[in-house]
Each structure stands twice: as structure tokens, then as C-alpha cells.
Design a protein around this ligand. Structure first.
Ligand SMILES: C[S@@+](CC[C@H](N)C(=O)[O-])C[C@H]1O[C@@H](n2cnc3c(N)ncnc32)[C@H](O)[C@@H]1O
Length: 241
């Protein structure tokens, strides 16, 4: 951790966007809108990650990765489709003297690129940005040795049956990088179809869900979609451009 003065200086001198709010020192939190420490607690990430390997996909400012490091994780890999300077990851990492490794790649490429599994996989606020959400979940299944924590936008329109809303342009939050919002039933089915047992799921607001988070562990054997269909894991290679 930094001193309060060092943290304030880092924030004052920064030129990138702070998306996440997280502690840089005892008394100073970053000025982002997304309280990532609250979110990690909400999805159920343990207070101690002693010795765990952690993968944070869609790291942005790196808040979840740096918190995982402060919770004792042994190895942390932070991934984003943008370079490490886009959201200040490199600057913050240097200031914190962090051991977190940064990889620029898309979630689809990670199984081939990393060729390993992680005890904890964080996939927070990324699913709805993807044109291929099932391919991403299939990739996460190959990367998850322990537990996947996923948080996403959901559509509260239809509680049941499983349905996903598709946003062709910027209909979701006036953001054209948003493509799909499943309802809760659909999200659960997508994750299970990719070969996970969903252990817990929560959503908010209570009456008309807009966001949901879940914890899931790999189911035994091959993923369900492989067992019941002609689909096989799609191998994606290359680097993000
Ligand atoms: C809304 S932010 C969420 C950031 C963070 N996980 C959080 O919860 O605060 C989405 C992040 O995911 C990244 N992202 C988008 N598409 C991605 C992809 N295909 N693979 C990996 N990261 C991606 C974006 O660049 C951005 O940094």
C-alpha cells in the first residue's frame, strides 16, 4: 500500500480514466464509479486468497487484481484487450510495486495463450461486451481449475423462460460496445451449458434485475455442450489488435 500522500499524488497526476474505485492507501480510494472491493465481496471472493492463482479478465485499472494480491494470491494474471497504459494499469502497478502480470488479449484467446488453469477466475462486467458470450464461457471453463466469479448486466424483462436481449446498436446504456443481456434463467443455463455447476447467484435490484453475479465451479467430465451436441471447443489463437 502507498502512503495517503503518494496515493493522492498518483491520482492527481493521472491522465487515464478511473473506472474502478479501490484502495490505494489506508485513507485514499481511486475515483472510479465501480466499487470493485464491494463487488468482490458481493460475488463472494474470500477475504484470504492465500497462495491462490487468480485470473482477472477485463481488468481495466487492475483494481480486482491488485486487491487479489493484497489478499495473498500467489500469482495473478490481469487481462485486457487494451494496452496496459490505456487505463493506467502499468502506472498503478509500478506505484504499488505489484507482482501482477499483465497480458493484452481477448478472453477467447486465453486458453491457447496461457495454457493453464487458475484457482480463481474473475469475469466481472465483461460478458455483455461480447458478441460471442458462449464462446467466452467455453474459454473460461478451460481456464477455471477452482471457481469462476462472474458479474454481468442482465435483462429483467422476462424472468422465465431463458431469454437474452440483443442490442444491435447502443440500446443498452447508450453504449455500442454492449451486445447481450441474458435474463437470470438464461445466464444460469449458459454457464451450466459451458460446463459449470452454478453454486450461487444473486441479482439487483430485487424486483427488476439489471445486474447479476454468480459463483460457479467446473462440472465433472466434459462440458455439457460437448456431451449433448456436435460442438467441439473452438481454438482461437493470435494476439489482440
Ligand atoms: C466494464 S469494464 C469492467 C472492468 C472490471 N472487470 C470491473 O468490473 O470493474 C470491461 C472491461 O473488459 C474489457 N474487455 C472487453 N472485451 C474484452 C474481451 N473480449 N476480453 C477481455 N477483456 C475485454 C474492456 O476493455 C474493459 O476494460
Amino acid at each position: 500500500m502507498l502512503s495517503d500522500i503518494q496515493a493522492a499524488e498518483l491520482i492527481a497526476g493521472s491522465t487515464f480514466i478511473w473506472h474502478q474505485r479501490f484502495p490505494l492507501s489506508e485513507g485514499v480510494r481511486t475515483p472510479g464509479v465501480n466499487d470493485i472491493e464491494w463487488l468482490l465481496n458481493e460475488v463472494g471472493v474470500p477475504a484470504s486468497l492465500d497462495g491462490a492463482s487468480v485470473l482477472d479478465v477485463g481488468t481495466t485499472n487492475g483494481g480486482a487484481a491488485f486487491i487479489a494480491e493484497s489478499r495473498g494470491a500467489a500469482r495473478i494474471v490481469a487481462v485486457d484487450i487494451y494496452d496496459a497504459d490505456r487505463f493506467g494499469f502499468d502506472e498503478i502497478s509500478k506505484a504499488l510495486n505489484s507482482r501482477v502480470e499483465f497480458v493484452r488479449a481477448s478472453v477467447y484467446q486465453l486458453p491457447e495463450l496461457l495454457r493453464q488453469q487458475f484457482d480463481v477466475v474473475l469475469f466481472l462486467g465483461v460478458l455483455y461486451h461480447l458478441r460471442h458470450p458462449l464462446l467466452a464461457l467455453d474459454s473460461l471453463r478451460r481456464l477455471t481449475g477452482g471457481v469462476l466469479y462472474l458479474e454481468t448486466a442482465v435483462s429483467g424483462e422476462v424472468p422465465d423462460p431463458p431469454q437474452a436481449s440483443f442490442f444491435r446498436r447502443d440500446e443498452l446504456n447508450a453504449d455500442s460496445s454492449n451486445w447481450f443481456a441474458p435474463n437470470i434463467a438464461c445466464l444460469t443455463d449458459w454457464v451450466a451449458s459451458s460446463g459449470f455447476n452454478v453454486e450461487s447467484i444473486a441479482h439487483w435490484p430485487a424486483d427488476r434485475p439489471e445486474r447479476a453475479c454468480l459463483a460457479a465451479r467446473p462440472s465433472a467430465g466434459v462440458p455439457e455442450y460437448i456431451e449433448i451436441s456436435t460442438e467441439v471447443p473452438l481454438v482461437v489463437t493470435g494476439t489482440a489488435t
